[in-house]
Ligand binder design. Structure first.
Ligand code: ADP
Length: 445
């Protein structure tokens, strides 16, 4: 430390960020969801399947045995505790393992079994008699690549002949010899270095190309173009596999560049709804008034578990400090924490050690905390122009069928502007937001 210009600049940037809306980084969010790993997301929603090549019959399997895998691989699957294929795996696996190979685009929310599916495909396609890379898997970040590699190592634990190597920062290879490993999992930059710059393996010999977390990939500067460059060097016969949690136009345009004649498998996301949520608003004079409102409802909100959303890190930190000084044990989750710190905070909160979690939009969709019954919008969600962000409101407050329990949402209003945002939200969802007088907290049902 010390007062160097660089440190001054760092401090200045940090404090600027504290005042800005705190947002989630897609790669970090995805990693968090993976590590939190609550197991398979069960969904009753239907699959949507589109085939570009109708001559290849599409079938689905109800068991892993029906896939006729190598016994060692089947053993690996069972050792991981998998009994039956997940919804998306039922249909994706036969396509992934088909001969001749078929290209695939698969989209479903995190936790539905995509990674397990393509890792199985990667492992089953390896010819261990050939000592060169045959499978490439691209991930958006170092950490996500490691996660995927760990799944591959576990699933392949009874296949000691299959060799896997990470192509990520910090990994070095002998520049004078060719890479002998069968599977490379890594980030686009390192993969380009090894494959194109140093020619440590032959891109033309790759038979399976996996693009994981494609939506996160295009959200990362430079990755889109690097993926395309890698793709261009591959053989036309290479099996192209494309996975994403979301499915907007940008992702699909990217998919079309990478995958020709794909089978497209989509698993709809469970809709969030406000149906069983009682929504209130509280009128406050200013930020201190909001704090008074929180104090008034604290007894109520800490019966179960509550999440309080703030717009900026600064507000979150201020609120947390104030509540702590009033003797309340609160957890804080904001964008200045590392992924490890966030995990620790979420673990403590989920285990019930703390009743109240103060956070920002860094706690985004996909990180469900089931036991939360009360959500407080200390600040209502707004976009960059200050207009109501109804989508974020729904992610914060709404519940999916899975956790279709009832809940309470309380919006703190301290200006005409925030009242207008509240009204917009009310109109948008056509669900009443009732006035709540917190001087008389018995009003909360
Ligand atoms: P995604 O890639 O869609 O996020 P994953 O493949 O990581 O999903 O799977 C989510 C979680 O479910 C992981 O913990 C994984 O081990 C587990 N899982 C995947 N497939 C199955 C299965 N068929 N049976 C049981 N658990 C599974």
């Amino acid at each position: 430390s010390g007062n160097t210009p660089a440190n001054d600049l760092k401090a200045q940037n940090a404090s600027e960020r504290d005042n800005e809306p705190d947002v989630a980084d897609p790669a970090e969010t995805s990693l968090l969801i993976k590590i939190l790993g609550k197991g398979l997301v069960n969904t009753k929603l239907a699959l949507d399947i589109q085939q570009k090549n109708p001559s290849s019959p599409l079938h689905s399997v109800k068991t892993f045995e029906a896939l006729h895998l190598k016994p060692e691989l089947l053993k690996g699957i069972y050792a991981m505790g998998f009994n039956t294929p997940s919804k998306i795996q039922e249909t994706a696996l036969p396509t992934l393992l088909a001969d001749p190979p078929q290209n695939m685009i698969a989209q479903s929310q995190s936790g539905t079994g995509k990674t397990a599916a393509f890792v199985l495909a990667m492992l089953s396609r390896v010819n261990v008699n050939l000592n060169y890379p045959q499978v490439l898997c691209l991930s958006p970040t170092y950490e996500l690549a490691i996660q995927t590699g760990e799944v591959a190592a576990r699933m392949g634990q009874f296949c000691p002949d299959i060799k896997l190597r990470f192509a990520v920062r910090g990994e070095e290879v002998d520049r004078n010899s060719q890479i002998p490993d069968h599977i490379l999992i890594g980030t686009p930059g390192k993969m380009l270095d090894w494959g194109l710059k140093f020619r440590l393996f032959d891109m033309k010999k790759i038979t399976v190309f996996v693009l994981d977390e494609a939506d996160v990939m295009i959200a990362t500067q430079g990755h889109h173009d690097q993926c395309i460059r890698i793709h261009k060097m591959l053989n036309q016969q290479c099996q192209m596999l494309f996975f994403s949690a979301t499915y907007d136009k940008e992702v699909m345009d990217f998919a079309r560049l990478i995958v020709s004649e794909p089978t497209i498998i989509r698993l709809m996301r469970e809709e969030e709804s406000l149906d069983n949520i009682k929504q209130y608003y509280v009128k406050c004079k200013n930020e201190d008034g909001k704090y008074t409102a929180i104090q008034n409802i604290y007894g109520c909100i800490s019966i179960g578990q509550a999440i309080i959303f703030c717009h900026t890190r600064k507000t979150a930190a201020w609120l947390a400090a104030k509540m702590a000084s009033d003797g309340h044990s609160v957890a804080v989750l904001s964008g200045d924490l590392t992924v490890e710190q966030r995990l620790a905070v979420l673990d403590r909160f989920r285990s019930g050690l703390q009743k109240v979690l103060i956070t920002t939009n860094v706690l985004s969709r996909g990180i469900d905390i089931e036991q939360v019954t009360i959500v407080v919008n200390f600040d209502l969600p707004v976009d960059v122009r200050g207009n109501a962000d109804c989508e974020t409101y729904l992610h914060r407050i709404g519940r999916t069928g899975r956790f279709g329990k009832s809940g309470i949402a309380i919006n703190l209003i301290d200006s005409e502007r925030s009242m207008a945002v509240c009204r917009t939200v009310e109109k948008h969802f056509k669900k009443e937001i009732q006035y709540l007088n917190t001087d008389n907290a018995d009003d909360i049902e």
